[in-house]
Structures are given as C-alpha cells and as structure tokens.
Design a protein around this ligand. Sequence first.
Ligand SMILES: Cc1cc2nc3c(=O)[nH]c(=O)nc-3n(C[C@H](O)[C@H](O)[C@H](O)COP(=O)(O)O)c2cc1C
Ligand code: SF4
Length: 758
Amino acid sequence: MADASVPTAAQGLLSVWHTYRIPVLFLSAVILAVHASRKSQPRLKTPDSSSVPSSPPPSSPVITEKPVEKRIEKKPAVKTNGPKRVQGKKPARSSGAGQAVESLTCIQPIIFYASLTGSTERYAQILLEDLRAAAQTLSDGEDSDRGLLAPQIHDLAYVDFDDYFTSAPKPPATAPGTRYVYCLLLPSYNIDTVINTFLSHLDETHNDFRIDTGSLSTLAGYTVFGFGDKENWPTEEEGFCSQATELDRWMAKLSGRKRAYPLGFGDVKSDAHDALREWSAGLQQTLGEMLKYGGLGEGIPGSGDALESDEEGEEEDDDGDENEAPAKNRKRNKGTVVDVEDIQMGDSSSPLPIDFTTVGQSGVTTTTTTATAKEMVPKTSPTYAALTKQGYTIVGSHSGVKICRWTKSALRGRGSCYKYSFYGIRSHLCMEATPSLSCSNKCIFCWRHGTNPVGTTWRWQVDSPELIFDGIKEGHYKKIKMMRGIPGVRAERFAEALRIRHCALSLVGEPIFYPHINRFLDLLHGDRISSFLVCNAQHPDQLQTLQRVTQLYVSIDASNREALRRIDRPLHRDFWERFQRCLDILREKRHVQRTVFRLTLVKGFNVDEEVSGYADLVEKALPCFVEIKGVTYCGTSTSAGAGLTMQNVPFYEEVAQFVEALHAELQRRGLGYGIAAEHAHSCCVLLASDRFHVDGKWHTRINYDRFFDLLEREKSLGTPFTPEDYMRETEEWAYWGKGGFDPNDERVYRKKKAKAEQ
Ligand SMILES: Cc1cc2nc3c(=O)[nH]c(=O)nc-3n(C[C@H](O)[C@H](O)[C@H](O)COP(=O)(O)O)c2cc1C
Ligand code: SF4
C-alpha cells in the first residue's frame, strides 16, 4: 500500500501542477517584477507619498530644495579615535555653482587685513565704508531674503586662523542662506612677520592629509588686494606684492577656485588709493551679480568654466588670431560637422538663392527677399553645436563672437597680439566677432573650416544690425566676466576689459557677406569701437560700397591664379577676376581708408618663387600696409586632405627672409615701402608705405580717439580725412629687429617646445 500510495500521491501532485502551472508561473513572474521595480525606485519619497519613509531623522525639517545635502549635514558624526577630520564640500570644478551656492540668499562680506605700519589698516577702513554703503543699496531690493549684509572686519593678527581659515564659518541657524565672501587686504614684507605665519597656516591646511582639500569651498567667494612698494620692488618678479599673490593662490586652492574678483594691486607710493577704489567698485558689482544669480554661476565671476586653468603658470599654445587654431581645438570632431551649404543642397523648399552682392546695395531691401528664408545656423543644427563647443557664442542666426586667447593673455599681463605692436590694439579691449558665419572660400589653413557654413549667395534670414550688435557685446562681456576667476587676471585690466574699444571683424566667415554691414559698422563707431575688417577679396561689389572702417584688410593668400585656387579653394568660378577687382578697389580707397594686405605664408604653396608675383599685387593696389605672417598648422582633416603638414609651416627666419626679399623687390621697382615692425612671437612682420614714415619714425599705430573725432566731423560737416590724419608713432620695441614684445608685459615662455607653431 505504502509503495502504491507514493506514486499515486506524486501523480496527483503532478496533475495539480499541470493544471495550475501557467497561472502559478505568471503570478510568480508578476511578484518578482513588482519586487524588482520597487528596488529600483529612488529612495526619496515624494512628500505626498502615502508610505512611511524608511528612516526619517528625528523631527527632520521639510526637505524642499536640497534633500541630499541636508541629509548629509544631519548625519550624526561617527566617533573615532583618530585625528579630527575637517570636511569641506568637494569643489564644483565644472561650473563653480555648487549646491551651497544655489541656496545663497544673502552675502556676508568679511574683510581681513594685516598691517604692520598702519597703512593697510587705513585702506581696510575705506573698503569697510564702501561695502557698508553697498550693503545699504543692495539690501533695499524687492526680495527681502536676498541682500548684502553689513561687512565685518578682522585684523589677521588677532583672529584665530582655525575659526576662519581651516574651515569656513557656518551660516547662522536663523539664516542658513547666508554665505561668506572673504575680502583680504595684504601688504607684502620680505622679512618675517605675522603674514608668514598666516600663509604657512594656509599651506599647512592645504597639505594636511586630515583636512579635505577645498576646506573653504563653502565660501561664496574670496578676493585679494595687495599693497606693496614699487619704488623698491618695481616688478612682480622682484617681489612687488608677492605675499598677496601667494595668498591669492592659496585661497584659490582652499576655496575650490572661488575667486570672486581678480587680484588687485596698489602701490603705496603712487596709485594705491585709486586702485583700491576701482577694485572695490568692481567687487561691489560682483557681489550684486552674485546676489542676483545666486552665486558664482555660469557667466558670473570665478566660475571660469572651460577657461579656468589649472596651473598658475599655464602656457599658451597658439596665437589665437583669425587663421590660427587654439591647441585645444586642434582635434576636430570629425563627423559631427556639416556644412550648411550641404544641408541646404537638395532642399526644394529653400528660398531661391539671391546673389548677395546685390542685396543690401542702395535701394535693395532684404526684408522681402528673406521673409521666408531659413536660419543660417539654426540652434538645432550640428553646426551650431560644433561652433558652440569650440567656444563661439552664436548671436541671432548668422553671427558669432568668441574670445581670442590673446584677450586672456592680456588680462593676465602676458602680452597682446601683434596688433598691439603694429597698431596699438590692446587685446583685452578687443572683441572678435563676425556678422556672417558663412564664407565663400574653403581655405586649406582655415582651422574653422568644417564648422562654418559656406556659400556664394546669401539665402538665409537677415538679422538686424541692432540685434547683432547687442548680442555680440553681451556674449563678449559674458565671456570676459567668466575670466574673473582665472589665476593671474589683473584687476585693473579686468575693469578695463568691461569697455570694448576694438572689434576685429575677422573671426570666421566673410563679414561683408552680411547685407547690412554698413549699418552695423555705424553702430560700432557710434560706440567708439574701432573696426578692423578682414575680407577675402571675393566680393568686389560689397567692397566697393563698404563705408569707412578703421582698417580694411584683404587676405592675399597667393600671387597667381593657380596658387589661389589651390589654397583658398574658392566657390566662385570667376574667383581670380573678383580678386583682381578687389585690388583695384583697394587702390581707389587707399587715401580714404587704411588698407592692408594680409599675406599668410604656406611653405610649398605660396612662398617659393612668388616674391615677384606678390610685388605685382602690391604695385597694383598700393596698400598702406602689408602684413606677412607664417601659417599656423591646425592639423584638421581639411588641411591634411589638402596636403598641408608641419613641413608647410615656415620658421620665423624664413618669413623674415621672404619679407626682406619682397622689400628689396618693391624698392627695385621704386615703390616706397619699408619694414616697419615685427611681432616675432606671432611670426608676423609689417611692411608699411613710406606715407607712414614721418620725421625718420614709423607711424603704424592708430590714434583711435582722433579717428572717431574725424569720423564724427565728417558725418556732421562732410569734412573728409585720410589715413595719415589718424596715424600715431610706432613704439621702438616693435621696430624690425626688436622682437615686438611690450617690455611692460611679462614674457611667458612655452614649456613644450615641440609645438607646431614653433
Ligand atoms: C621691511 C619692509 C619690507 C618690505 N617688503 C616688501 C616687499 O617685499 N614687496 C613689496 O611690494 N613691498 C614691500 N614693502 C612695502 C610694504 O608692503 C608697504 O609699505 C605696505 O604699505 C606696508 O603696509 P602696512 O603699513 O599696512 O604694514 C616692505 C616694507 C618694509 C618696511
Ligand atoms: S586682433 Fe583682437 S581678436 Fe584678433 S588676435 Fe588680436 S586681440 Fe584677438
């Protein structure tokens, strides 16, 4: 029985399993799925969730904005027998806008100073009064939760460094949105003083393994102003304000680079008072912006973002001018880039192409022709993404602005571009922009090729000059402000940079492609911003109707038809005829505008045997100046595809040889030109017409104020003027053979000598 019952029972179970296996399996699957999905749910519950939170902190406040952060703060401290561990928040490297910054509601400035003989203490009182006044103004806003509190002040000789410089003070419980900004005023002494003790404390804090790096990163920001004596310590290398510089560096490290305003310097024997007041005004403005935006956010100080350099002595890699590629941009993201021209092709819904050379001329309006046109660079296009990634700010639908690397260099007192040596343009006052991202050439050395749209006709929407003007200024200033936090940026140069004085219309594309270029220029000049316009010698009609610019360039990339075709790869079939007509126009304009030939030498393409050909072109157009520059290797697929390698980059000696040969040839023909200036760092030399050689001295620089005065007089009274009317003497250090580096700037030599440009 027993034996028989076993199989019977088993058979029964088996038959039950066969009957119910499908629903059972289904049910199990559902249970498993529900369980798995619960596990994958975020642990945080929404406030309206009906389930009970797993482990609520006792009497925890309602979590609204920053649940994660607050929970971390509430975590009970784990007792250990080891040394005390001081924790700061990990610095937000990318944006500088950490979590604490977002919840900023009011700023508490704290002034710290050290003073041995009393002068810094007096200056600290001046700052105290300034910030007190600012606090009154900035606290009167509509939102009473946001504001600037009355400043506190401390003598570093009397504070316990642990209270303020090991970790930052915590905000009061009653006002958790309070954030501190340290304003540090420091003299320098080359003898042992309390300042050394203070700096050692910062050093130790930074290097103490028990203390997190960035232990002051809960500060909203910091800024340093140094006092020194230039009479006895004339330069920074010789120790001028050395301790303030050191303090600024330590604070950058400890705070996670929360430099709210650039390091300022004052010479107690001359400008200390004025420099401090100017710095204080800039600082107050920054504090206002921090309150407005909730901290050092994007486009606001200190964040520095992509431009933030890691090392104080960061090297520059490129020459940043129109035809030159920043090293970091050399790796082009192939495949993400599409020419707008290619996108437009085959799109039957596109408006009919308009020969842009007829658009914008007298009597021709663009509104009707472009009413249904598309945007040149739509926000959703790969071109937009590629250009933005490279640092361009796209304005409207076809304009762009970008900060060149020389602007950054000048802000740090490390020298301006060659245009300073030749024409007196200080790079930190210069905005690089274009009203047309489109061009009609595909030059082999244009490192932007592949990202900028090309075309022979303007077939896109036309933005108003006002929109472009306002947009590029806004974009430029925003980028300048982002540099506030970059190490080495000088406060006085930063303040100067907030007033654009020059515009280089040469960024990318062809500026005279833009149908309203003349109105756009009026806006620039109306704001007393000089205009340096570079065109590609392919649009004679536009060149003819172009009104005054401060300096008019034509790119001369070859001396004969075949070489020009190989180098510029123009889209116009009649490119050589267009080129020749442009030279004629330049000749006509040479007594009205400062006309410039820009030669870019590419070894193996447009140098050898071409001296005579270039002399022909000079003889034809008689430009006021001839700028000769070695090409910069940009390593793009475009240049590689055109057979361009490092071998095509001339050495400076080769450029110099070419210049001398061209100069000799011009002299042989009886054309009055001389070698006026050089900027060896950019591999660039300037030939100038003898018209600019007065009383035995070169006058290649520009008197900008005079230019605007003359322009205004011409507009109101019709009095014409010539390029000679606004020339200015060239600095001796820029003369041929002198190198062209302003001795007032600090020369920084590159570490990596194997650079393409060298
Ligand atoms: C002994 C001594 C050493 C100094 N060393 C430097 C120095 O290395 N670099 C500098 O820029 N100024 C130097 N100075 C100038 C002071 O920084 C300057 O006078 C400052 O204003 C002093 O500030 P205080 O009056 O608040 O102490 C020095 C002055 C003295 C008396
Ligand atoms: S001219 Fe202006 S934009 Fe061009 S490299 Fe010099 S500073 Fe930069």
